[in-house]
Ligand binder design. Structure first.
Ligand code: G4P
Length: 528
């Protein structure tokens, strides 16, 4: 096997999907602990500056009780390299989350045992479905009273329309929590608060028939457990690797993140069965991770690491080949070769590897405005990864300046913020307005805050008569010209120069579509 194939095979790149408060952050921290801990992407560069920078930004997050920043964490576990891509927590950041989910190979769904399937989990699951992303499930907070585990699995199956295959099963819950049984290995892992940080530090019996189990949980509970396990065996699915990889079955684990309990069986199973990087579609062909030449796509741009320098980092997921520090790569959209100098890798303790990155890994490229979300890098081949969309915004505002002399800064700020995906930004063909589009209200607040904080521009946003946006395309240049002539008043360019129809009403959009059959109206724009 080539080096690339070997390194790709041991990568596990995933994200956690959950409703706020289910325990994503806690679980992330504990996983890092298991893996021997790391650097986090949010504070990779100039730790002091980063801390200062993030603290201002955090003010807004704190004020609103949300988390809008995101990060990449890498840690080794059992001979594998795990990449955990954090998804932003707030519902308004759906776009961003969506794009993070395009960069992973699998997901871990965290569910609060007391609350069951919550609304945000349902939405994220829908996103995972679009790509049939394989999903493992962790039912968290077992140290508290919650729903009956069998009912919970039923709930997951009926609400999320995915088969459940329990891999661990709880012994008691809340005050009575004694441990979990591993349904595949038969092992019993005892719950002992303050322990379980390592395998050595845990009490594990080879099976429920081990006398130690009865001694630990008592005969009545053991009898109860035996009955329950029989029931579970009859009523639930057993793990089917193929069904999991196709995204139709989810293996389920129980535990308590804050107590570090139940995580080890999850992690062990995860690194063994979760998919390594798979082939990915591009505009011209599928790219296999084992190919020798570097390819990758940018799924996220993050600023604010240091507002003094407007330092922006483009996060690129590597899809094939090897990245070596300082190498040159071909930026497909601009057609230019670019030196990938000072790229950030998010490797944990394994210092020697910090210079290289492989399929499944994410690297951070310093970006001075030339890189956009969706961009592909190769070693010269003309291809672009597909499936990283911009969504048609649902909410629109016109930007108004307090100080008209700051128009330049405003334009620059909006252009940069839209490049990051913080908002979308449109320039109408027939006016000098600057129109912002968002999929969630909160995005406008974030943009106003950042314009002031980072660009020194005070802007307000006022309502504007736009109800929806469609990217338009027409292969016939003559017809396109006609269309533009007739509809100029409703046409704009987005930040990348693409033509967009801003419809004042839904009815107007419908009419425009009917009148121009040669033109395609698209609700998402794939980053080209
Ligand atoms: P999130 O990122 O999904 O939003 O959740 P987060 O990890 O922040 O956890 C939300 C709350 O749930 C936290 O409590 C956290 O301590 C708690 N929690 C996480 N895992 C468990 C668990 O296994 N058992 C119990 N009982 N609680 C758990 P908090 O009070 O909001 O914050 P903190 O003051 O404890 O940090």
């Amino acid at each position: 096997m080539s080096n690339v194939a070997q390194e790709a095979a041991r990568r596990r790149t995933f994200a956690i999907i959950s409703h706020p408060d289910a325990g994503k952050t806690t679980l992330t921290e504990k996983m890092l602990l298991f893996g021997g801990a790391i650097q986090m992407a949010g504070s990779v560069k100039g730790r002091k500056a980063a801390r200062h920078a993030t603290s201002d930004w955090m003010a807004l997050e704190k004020e609103r009780g949300i988390s809008v920043t995101s990060s990449v964490m890498q840690f080794p576990y059992e001979g594998r390299i795990v990449n955990l891509l954090d998804t932003p927590g707030h519902a308004d950041f759906g776009e961003d989350t969506y794009r993070v989910l395009t960069a992973v190979d699998s997901a871990l769904m965290v569910i609060d045992v007391a609350k069951g399937v919550e609304e945000r989990t349902i939405k994220l699951m829908e996103v995972c479905r679009l790509r049939d992303t394989p999903i493992m499930t962790f039912i968290n907070k077992l140290d508290r009273e919650g729903k009956n585990p069998i009912d919970l699995l039923d709930e997951v199956e009926s609400v999320l329309k995915i088969q459940c295959a329990p891999v661990t099963w709880p012994i008691g819950m809340g005050q009575r929590l004694k441990g979990v049984v591993h349904l595949i290995t038969g092992e019993v892992h005892l719950y002992e608060a303050g322990k379980n940080f390592t395998r050595q530090d845990s009490t594990i019996f080879p099976s429920i028939d081990d006398p130690g189990v009865e001694a630990a949980i008592g005969a009545p509970m053991l009898a109860e457990l035996r009955e329950e396990l029989e029931l579970v065996e009859g009523a639930s699915h057993s793990f089917d690797l193929d069904a999991y990889l196709r995204g139709v079955q989810t293996p389920v684990f129980f535990g308590s993140a804050v107590n570090n309990f139940g995580l080890q069986p999850l992690l062990d199973f995860f690194v063994e069965h979760a998919p390594s990087p798979q082939a990915r579609a591009t505009t011209s062909r599928d790219v296999s991770p084992t190919e020798g030449k570097l390819t990758g796509f940018v799924f996220k741009i993050q600023a604010n690491m240091d507002p003094q320098h407007r330092d922006r980092v483009a996060f690129m997921r590597i899809c094939s080949g090897k990245f070596a520090a300082g190498m040159k790569a071909f930026h497909v959209r601009s057609g230019k070769e670019q030196k990938l100098a000072n790229a950030l890798t998010f490797m944990a303790s394994d210092r020697e590897l910090a210079e290289d990155a492989w399929p499944g890994d994410v690297i951070g490229l310093h970006n001075h405005g030339t890189i956009s979300i969706g961009d592909t890098f190769t070693e010269g081949e003309q291809l672009s990864f597909t499936g990283i969309p911009n969504f048609a915004p649902e909410l629109f505002r016109r930007a108004r300046l307090r100080d008209p002399l700051k128009l330049k800064q405003l334009q620059k700020g909006l252009a940069q913020l839209s490049e990051e995906g913080a908002t979308q930004f449109f320039k109408p063909m027939m006016s000098n307005d600057l129109i912002l589009g968002a999929v969630g209200m909160l995005q406008f607040d974030v943009v106003a805050y950042r314009l002031k904080d980072e660009y020194g521009v005070e802007a307000t946003f006022e309502p504007v008569q736009v109800s929806t946006a469609r990217w338009v395309r027409c292969d016939d240049p003559k017809k396109l010209e006609e269309f533009i002539d007739k509809n100029a008043v409703n046409l704009s360019h987005d930040a990348s120069g693409a033509l967009v129809y801003l419809a004042p009403t839904r009815v107007n959009l419908q009419l425009a579509e009917e009148r121009s059959p040669a033109v395609t109206f698209m609700a998402t724009r794939e980053h080209a």
